[in-house]
Design a protein around this ligand. Sequence first.
Ligand SMILES: [Zn+2]
Length: 270
Amino acid sequence: MNKKFALLLITTGILGGCEQFNQESSSQPNQVSQTSSSIESLTPEEEQEQAAEAEQQAMLDTLPAVSTDDWNLNLVNNWTKIDESVEIPLKELPEGYPVDERIFLVDERIIPDYVAMIDAGKEAGHEILAVSTYRSVELQTTNYNSRIQQYLDEGKSQEEAVKLTEDYIAIPGGSEHHTGLAIDVMDTEWVNTGKGLIAEFDTQESQQWLVEHAAEYGFVLRFPEGKKEATGIEYESWHFRYVGKENAAYMKEHDLALEEYIALLEEAGK
Ligand SMILES: [Zn+2]
């Protein structure tokens, strides 16, 4: 229990002078702020603020024992470029897991959990395939430039073309695919529709199964709906990212994007 909470409980216990209440309040911390507010006459805003503070503190107190320096928390986004001096142990995904015969590289440390997840999906009736994995900064540069060109060819202005491109394509050096920890997926049925990587992939049961179970294998949906402010990237129903089981469970429970989670870890000095 954090100090603030403990103090609140003690204060309430003394002021309330009621053992019965005291007992209840210690098992139902939510009531503490209500009761103390009626005593201290907090405004609804203050009450809300207090509740938010308590919630924030509770989140800090329950963070897993991890560090933002951990390899599986490597944060790369449009504001944080990949540190290319750190070598990534790349290895090819085993046969049968990628969509075709090309070489699909990932950080070898994520392969056992990835394979276990895909195998579990198969058991549940979903044929999930990796369609994009590790990407070098050079390849990202090519993708980025060719997408801008595509928009320019459609008659968009340079500014519009860059904006539209950056909604989905990270700037070179800023793609999570540089880490070897990100995997874009589809399922066999979706591949056959030829629709590609679009948000509507989330109408597939395989995608829904992944969202539900990925954390059990250390993966999270990296760019969820409604998190663009934190991630800088629009909703991507197909992009999963390895963070390890502990981190994934916490992020899922508290509905945190990786940026939000790392900010919380930093606040806790981890
Ligand atoms: Zn991706």
